[in-house]
Write a protein of this length. Structure first.
Length: 518
């Protein structure tokens, strides 16, 4: 932007803000770095006063930046000062005169101030982008031998990330969408979309009736929700989330926001090999279908992949499975991967990431212990939510939670719910929409998965009795899907089916200690 025009906009903004008498709406701190950064070309002509004039105008702008928020400007006095600054430049003086207009229309002044702030923020962002690229270019041109080329592009990308929004768009930073409730057509369209996404067609049901009840009146996971599954080591976190991924494909008909796109479900692992997860899905699907234990020793990856594809695509979903090295994978990598799928014509409905916390925190805001972990959860949720992507990730529980098991705490998942027993960061719950806690308990040699729901960001309250359930492990097929049959959930480890005569656990009331947590 031309330095003269820039100074006109800055002085005009500060003058108009003073008319609002609102100390909280002053932009002195915003524009001062811009004023200080303005540079003027050198001139060797004694009769050319343009440089001197611009320096005087910059001094006036800095003076206005330093004035207290409640400072009131006299228009005539300010224009006199500007007249002295600009000398004989009548065009420049006229530009200031047009901007510094007294008005009693506060709404108009607010709109004018908002527009000027957008322009100046865009200029500031562009200046920072130029500075970042200039430094990077200097390194490439003059010190290439000192560059860590493996991470150079990623480092520059991380510096540029805060400025990836469209500069100059007159839209508040971070705004996803807005609605004016007086716009009946807009309201109806929004309500129609909300109804569709929370009706059976827009909900991602799971294959377990007890777990679906836990999710309240929707009976499944809503698109756009971020879900964290907390458990101790070796307590079925990967198996649980792989089951959810399988359920989404098997028991849901895609509801499309954009009917020109292709529905897609994505599973990303940062731990297991891809073939390991494919074989797990193959065995689980086979055993649930046949009831016969699957022998994987003679099964080819090609056969397993084909079978898994045929089963999981039955309702029209395109299935994407990938593995990333967590040391090299940042949230930028994840966002670029999803954006790439969207560019290929896919509409992603669900994403299971095993595990988010194992990813590199490069580019996240650093701070006290746990700050970067919370930041990556926040960034991922903010990316997935407006796209309508149900995001699920398991997360390790803390050593304090493990200590509770050593102490023999009964009803472990009930005890830890909503108390922040997460590894790396105790406040993850503030960044997600849904918390699920799972833990394996053995009773009389039989394994059960206890499940407790924690926080759930939704409108209607789920009955307390539905926030906990127990699912038995079968010798064949793991935890069997029951969505199309009899409810297999229990109220207690070792108890009979919910609603049956032997619903209570097999032990007497005083013998609960015979249940051993794993």
């Amino acid at each position: 932007m031309d330095p003269k025009l820039l100074l006109v906009k800055i002085v005009t903004l500060l003058f108009k803000e003073s008319q609002l008498k609102d100390a909280a709406a002053q932009s002195g701190k915003l524009v001062k770095p811009i004023v200080a950064s303005i540079k003027f070309p050198e001139t060797g002509l004694d009769f050319d006063r343009s440089r001197e004039s611009m320096q005087a105008l910059r001094a006036t702008a800095l003076w206005m930046c330093d004035n207290p928020p409640d400072h009131t400007y006299d228009r005539g006095a300010l224009l006199q000062r500007i007249r002295v600054n600009v000398g004989e430049d009548e065009g420049l003086y006229y530009a200031f005169e047009q901007g510094l207009v007294d008005s009693d229309d506060l709404d108009l002044i607010k709109q004018q101030c908002l527009g000027l702030r957008f322009e100046l923020r865009a200029y500031l962002d562009q200046a920072k982008v130029k500075e970042i690229l200039k430094k990077a270019a200097m390194k490439v041109q003059f010190n290439p031998e000192e560059i860590d080329w493996r991470n150079f592009v990623r480092d520059v990308h991380a510096e540029l990330e805060p400025y990836t929004s469209s500069a100059g768009d007159e839209k508040l930073e971070g705004m996803v969408e807005q609605i004016d409730i007086s716009d009946l057509d807009g309201m109806q369209a929004l309500m129609k979309r909300a109804q569709a996404e929370t009706a059976n067609e827009g909900i991602l049901r799971t294959g377990w009736q007890g777990f679906n009840r836990m999710l309240g009146d929707h009976g499944g996971i809503r698109r756009g929700e971020s879900v964290v599954v907390g458990a101790l080591q070796h307590n079925f976190k990967t198996g649980f989330t792989l089951n959810l991924f399988k359920h989404f494909a098997l028991y849901n008909t895609p509801w499309m926001r954009d009917t020109t796109k292709k529905p897609c479900l994505v599973h990303i692992s940062t731990e297991n090999d891809l073939q390991q997860n494919v074989l797990w899905l193959y065995a689980n699907l086979k055993e649930n279908e046949t009831g016969v234990e699957c022998d994987l020793s003679n099964v080819s990856i090609h056969e397993a992949s084909k079978y898994v594809y045929e089963k999981l695509s039955v309702n029209g979903y395109h299935i994407k499975m990938a593995r990333f090295n967590p040391s090299d994978m940042t949230f930028h990598t994840l966002f670029d991967y999803i954006t790439g799928l969207e560019a290929e014509g896919y509409e992603v409905h669900g994403l299971v990431l095993d595990y988010l916390n194992m990813m590199s925190k490069k580019g996240c805001v650093d701070g006290p212990h746990g700050f970067a972990t919370r930041d990556i959860f926040r960034r991922v949720r903010n990316f997935m939510s407006p796209r309508g992507i149900a995001f699920i990730t398991p997360h390790q529980l803390s050593t304090e939670a493990k200590g509770l098991v050593r102490q023999g705490v009964q009803d472990f998942v009930k005890e830890i719910a909503n108390k922040g027993y997460y590894d790396s960061c105790r406040t993850i719950d503030q960044e997600v929409d849904l918390e699920v806690y799972i833990h394996i308990v053995k009773v009389n040699g039989q394994s059960y998965l206890t499940i407790q729901r924690g926080k759930h960001r939704k409108v209607k309250i789920t009955p307390e009795k539905d926030l906990y359930c127990v699912l038995p492990f079968s010798p064949v097929g793991g935890i069997l899907d029951d969505i199309n049959g009899k409810d297999s959930s229990r109220k207690h480890p070792g108890g009979g089916l919910a609603g049956s005569a032997d619903e209570q656990p097999w032990w007497a009331a005083g013998e609960a200690a015979s249940a051993s947590p794993v």
